[in-house]
Design a protein around this ligand. Structure first.
Ligand code: NAP
Length: 253
């Protein structure tokens, strides 16, 4: 039975770093999940035959059913599940079209839970789940409201799942990075460069996340900057933090 890792959003900035790190672990195959087949094939060319491209739109129920059917038929030993794919849109959330609202919740929340439920029966003691949350999960964040709320959902879901799965010897870690230098971030707004305080490269986040998960931690917070943000979110009223945030982004919204 092949020992595999399933990594969603494997072609993206953070996903590729997870792929790079997981290849060093004792894994036969990485199921690399994303929509864009060209990028999936390029990933295989870059990292070799251990990569198995799995085209799947996580917002599409029929694609998800195909992915679960593949798991049922191959019955792999899933050592690692990394729910990394995620999307986020900046703006006034009440003005988003319904389709955007549904898509963001489907990818960031629904797919994460369904992938966990369908992977757990194929996981042995010592297996690990990493769900990518965000520092934006620490408090409500106006103008990335839906995204931050979806990441708060992921953090809460993952930490509780970690307790539920303790008896099975499976660890679940909510990964809570601050800004990461990937394609997800718009680098300029109205012709002006956007500043991202505490911006880090994706390799740092991936290495720390896998290390924390191996240690059995239910949360992974990379860098002192984000640890400080986490601390502030516990001791300061969230109304104050939202005011500070609004002040920081007033030029962009
Ligand atoms: N960048 C940041 O500042 C930051 C900070 C905190 C947390 N995060 C989180 O980190 C994770 C990775 O983000 P990233 O910065 O690496 O983003 P990214 O570079 O934009 O990569 C996103 C990945 O998700 C895949 N994806 C998007 N929609 C999908 C769908 N419907 N079905 C399947 N795959 C889909 C993309 O591939 P396809 O387009 O080919 O499907 C791509 O591989 C996300 O969960 C994000 O929320 C990011």
């Amino acid at each position: 039975m092949a020992a595999i890792a399933v990594i969603t959003g494997a072609t993206g900035g953070l996903g590729q770093e997870f792929v790079r790190c997981v290849l060093k672990e004792n894994i036969d195959e990485i199921w690399a999940v994303a929509r864009n087949e060209k990028r999936l094939n390029a990933l295989k060319e870059k990292f070799g035959d251990a990569i198995r491209p799995v085209r799947c739109d996580l917002a599409n129920s029929s694609d998800l059913a195909d992915l679960f059917a593949l798991t049922e038929s191959e019955k792999p030993d899933i050592r690692l599940l990394i729910n990394n794919a995620g999307i986020g849109k900046m703006g006034s959330s009440a003005e988003f079209p319904d389709s955007d609202v549904v898509q963001e919740i489907d990818i960031n929340c629904k797919a994460v839970c369904l992938l966990c439920s369908h992977a757990i029966p194929f996981m042995k003691p010592g297996s690990r789940i990493l769900n990518i949350s965000s520092a934006s999960s620490f408090q409500p964040v106006p103008y990335i409201n839906l995204y931050a709320a979806s990441k708060a959902f992921v953090r809460s879901y993952t930490r509780a799942l970690n307790v539920e799965l303790r008896s099975k010897g499976i660890t679940c870690t909510a990964v809570c990075p601050g800004w990461i230098d990937t394609e997800m971030l718009s680098k300029e707004y109205n012709g002006r460069p956007v500043k991202f305080p505490g911006l880090v490269t994706p390799d740092r986040v991936a290495v720390k996340a896998l290390r924390d998960s191996a240690k059995g931690r239910d949360m992974s917070v990379c860098t002192l900057f984000v640890k400080y943000e986490h601390y502030l979110s516990k001791v300061l009223p969230h109304k104050w933090l939202m005011k500070i945030w609004i002040n920081g982004i007033k030029d962009y919204v």
